[in-house]
Every structure is written in C-alpha cells, then in structure tokens.
Design a binder for this molecule. Sequence first.
Ligand code: HEC
Length: 389
Amino acid sequence: MDAHLHEWLNLLLRWIHFIVGVAWIGASFYFNWLENNLDRRPPQEDGIAGNLWAVHGGGFYHLKKFSTGPDTLPSPLHWFKWEAYTTWLSGFSLLVVVYYVNARAWLIDPAVMALEPWQGIAVGVGAVLGSWFVYDALCRALRARPVALALAVFAWFALLAFVLANLLSGRAAYIHVGAAIGTVMVANVFFVIIPAQKEMVAALAERRALDPATGENGLLRSRHNNYLTLPVLFTMISSHFPSTYGNAHGWLVLVLLSVTGVAVRHYFNVRHRGNRLAWILPLAFLAMVGIMIMTAPKPVTGGARVSDAEMLSIMTSRCATCHAANPGQAGFTAPPKGIELDTLDKIRAQRDAINQVTVVTHTMPIGNLTGMLPEERDTVGRWIQAQKP
Ligand code: HEC
C-alpha cells in the first residue's frame, strides 16, 4: 500500500476508534456510577427503586430508576450499543491496517519466532476470535460460581499473553491481548447484554413476567466488562512504552499491570459503600513502583571502548534506513516519530531513547528488518554508557 495513504488511513481509523471508544467506555462508566450513587432511601415514588439529582453543563437533571419497568413502553427509548459495535469495527480495521498490512515490521519478530506473515496473522485473528469462544464456554460452565469464573477468565488471558509473547513481536502480543479482551467485551454486549435488554422490553410490551435468569446473565457479563476496562485501556496505549512490551518477561509485566488495574476498578466500584477498601490505592501505587523496578535497565559494564565512527556506522546501516529525513526503507515517507539518526549530533541527542529501544529492550529496529546483530546492541550500549558524564 502507498505509504502516505497508509498513514492517513491509520490516522482516520485511529481517530474514529478513539472517539467511539471514549463514547462507549464513558457511557459505561457513567451508568455504573449512576447505579452506585442512586438515592434508594424511602420514601420513593411508586415503582421507583431510586433517584438521583445532578447538575451538569446547562442545568439540573433528575433521573429515576424503575424497580421493574414503566407501565407502557416509552418512546423514544434510548439504547447504548453502537458505541460498542463501532469501537470493535474501527479497532479491528486498525489492527489490519497497522499490524497485518505490514506484518513483517509490526506483527512478527524473528528473534521471538520466525513466522511468515500469514502465520502471524492466523495466530492474531485466532487469538482474538478464539478468546470469545473460550470465555463464553467458561461463563456457561461456571455460571453458578462467579469467583471461580473470574479466576478462570483471568487465567485464560494470562495464558494468552504468555503464548502470544512467544509467537509475535512484544508490541503485537500486547495489542492482541487487548483486542481479544475488547472483543469479549463487545461480544458480551452483542450476544448477551443487548438480547437480554430486548427480552426485557418484549416482556414489558407483552405484559408478561420476565425470567430473572435473563437479567442476571446480562448483569454478570456487564460486571466482567466493567473489570476488564482498565487492562484493555492500558494495552491500547502500551505501544508508547517499549519498557513494558519489550521486557524479557513482557507477558508477566502485562499480567501484573492488569491485576493492578482490576484492583483499582474494584475500589471505584465499591467506594460508594464507604472507604473500607481505600488501602487498594496506595497498594496499587506500590505495585506500579514494583513493576517499574522490575523493568529497570541493567547497567552495561566492561568491554572495549567504542569509537564514534563505529557507532555512526551501526546507526547508519541499522537505523537510518528509516530514521532519516528521506528514509530509504520501502513504506516510509518520513522519519518515524520525527527521530533522525544519521549524524553523530542527532544520535547523541537521542542516546537515552536509543538505549531504551535497542539495548534495554529489543523493540528497534522494528521487526529487526535491518538485521541488527546481538554484538551490535552490545556495542551501542557501551558507546552510550561512555557518553554519561
Ligand atoms: C524499518 C524501519 C525502522 C528501523 C530500521 C528502525 N526504526 Fe526506530 N522506529 C520505527 C518506527 C515505525 C517507529 C515508530 C513506532 C511507533 O509509532 O510507536 C520507530 C520509533 C523509534 C523510536 C521512538 C520509540 C518510542 O516509543 O518513542 C526510537 C528511539 C527508535 N525508533 C530508534 C531506533 C534505532 C536506535 C534503530 C536502529 C537500531 C531504529 N529505530 C531502527 C522504524 C524503524
């Protein structure tokens, strides 16, 4: 695909994905907050379970939640589903445009596993769609045991992170775990939550009693979605943080960050019942510090002095094919992230970033397209070390 067109397709899809994702998660956070903050103290109006006053933007709002439902079907009745569906559609398109169109650069890392692009794509798509079937089967098998179910779902995604980290590039592994979780969340909306709401509306229209199991199942799936949001949001921004996905135990870093996110979500879910679980927040902070220490770079020591000419020669052959004003690498029309590595001054200015992506982690050269050797990483590390005052 033409590189410029590719970049703009990426831009358009990413912008849309971000907007609809905000609308979806925002609405979901809002309704969750509403449910937790309803004033349920008696007296309430007939048939009302709770109500809530709010002030926002231009005025006062008064919301009511019905114990069962209104007597007649109101019109218009607003549904919240397209936010979720469009998030999935734009996200999957983005996955194709970024990771599958240029699979050798973004999806595959020959140092992890020398897959052909079609094999990498099969692994990626299989992980994303397969996760829904595994998750749904777990929900059916363990419906009566919510804690065991939550642990089983968690174990599945941890296993997926481990397996993908051993098949794809670190960055692609993270985004595919995120895409798999996101797919489960959207499929929950499409296959369970919305059908349960349709059933509720139909029961109301036909004035018949509703099977309580319908609502309970929908509620369980929405609760899962709620806990999965923080981990999924992290994976979506993870590509900015090479020290996470580029770590030798990148999958474990993702698992630990996800546990932290789920714990924080839990605190916000139960906060309205008092601050009994406030200790979660400082503990989550300590966990983040622990993960930061775990992913810290190890200092490079010893070895012969590296000359400037040697460093420049490595950067020129391994990096500047992309990182130059006019990249020679097919598919690149501008230096990625504006980083140029074709003169010693520019290399010196970027030395910390270079150290992070080539020595501490091996996320550059991307897909190791220029075939950088392990000895060269070592050499780069020693040159950078010697620059430190
Ligand atoms: C095949 C093209 C290519 C080659 C070769 C390449 N890079 Fe990159 N580099 C990229 C792309 C694309 C990005 C932007 C990644 C993104 O959007 O997150 C990037 C980003 C970076 C960043 C910014 C990382 C961040 O997350 O902010 C640094 C630093 C970097 N490269 C250094 C290097 C070094 C050092 C080399 C040589 C050892 C190198 N690159 C080789 C394509 C390349």
